[in-house]
Design a protein around this ligand. Structure first.
Ligand SMILES: [Ca+2]
Ligand SMILES: [Ca+2]
Length: 274
């Protein structure tokens, strides 16, 4: 019933909230599955289309101040290994639309195995993506994708199988803080947590996480990209600075110094504090 979706989009310009929900992965024959693009034999440079794939993340966070926004991450509704791919410089229609997790989209564009920035060392693991010139059309809304829980050892050993997918990793401890520069932190377990989509500056060396959820990707090393504060589940009692909207409004004395939220000098202007 694909035409129904297009009719709705056509008659409701600017009213995306009224796009009726459709079950992702169900409506029409799919020209290609993302799992096929993540399998050996996928041909870099081919023009592909995806139908009824689900948005897991959309980058609106400029971590370097250089305009690094606009990449969308989509996956097959069932999720899991090899189910996701990134849409570099996503050209979302209608122009200027912001995608959110759970948006259902059709995509047409050039599939490439990106081998690294021009003039730089080539990637050890070419990164599958749909690149410049893609067209991303929102066709519906569905539940936000659920992450697949993957042991950190499996992620580090077979990371390429999870690139583009929404994953959840349990039992991690920060080895460094989570800052803008460099835009990442590293864990004692060897996983890089990068701040391409979001930063939580209250992470400290020694902060323990019950779990971290995010899109998995590769840029010279494998990285998980949390999307918002809820993707970082901090183990109760673990050290955390109070210097973010989340930690300045949680009612907790996160760093144990006797000052809570707006009583903390470092919370000025954060989390609703004056
Ligand atoms: Ca607090
Ligand atoms: Ca405190």
């Amino acid at each position: 019933m694909r035409w129904v979706n297009w009719v709705w989009v056509a008659v409701l310009p600017g009213c995306l909230s009224e796009v009726p929900p459709i079950p992702p992965g169900e409506a029409t024959a799919t020209p290609i599955e993302i799992t096929a693009l993540n399998s050996p034999g996928a041909v870099s440079g081919s023009i592909v289309s995806l139908e009824n794939v689900v948005v897991s993340a959309f980058d609106t966070y400029d971590e370097t101040g250089e305009g690094r926004v606009g990449t969308a991450y989509v996956q097959e509704p069932e999720g899991g290994a090899r189910s996701g791919i990134q849409l570099f410089a996503a050209a979302v229609a209608p122009a200027g639309s912001v995608l959110v997790p759970g948006d259902v989209v059709d995509v047409r564009g050039e599939f490439v195995l990106f081998e690294g920035p021009p003039g730089s060392s080539p990637f050890e693991n070419p990164l599958p993506q749909i690149t410049f010139g893609n067209v991303v059309q929102k066709v519906g809304e569905w539940a936000a994708p659920e992450p697949v829980t993957v042991p950190v050892a499996e992620l580090l050993a077979n990371g390429i199988d999870y690139v583009g997918s929404l994953v959840r990793v349990e039992g991690l401890t920060a080895q460094t803080g989570y800052e803008r520069d460099p835009p990442r932190f590293e864990t004692e377990e060897g996983l890089v947590v990068a701040s391409a989509l979001f930063v939580e500056p209250s992470v400290l060396p020694g902060t323990r996480f019950t779990s971290i959820t995010g899109v998995f990707t590769y840029f010279y090393d494998f990285q998980i990209l949390p999307r918002h504060a809820a993707d970082l589940v901090v183990e109760p009692g673990s050290p955390l600075a109070e210097r973010s909207d989340a930690t300045c409004a949680d009612g907790a004395d996160n760093d144990g110094n006797g000052a809570t939220d707006c009583d903390e000098p470092s919370c000025a202007g954060l989390g609703g504090c004056p």
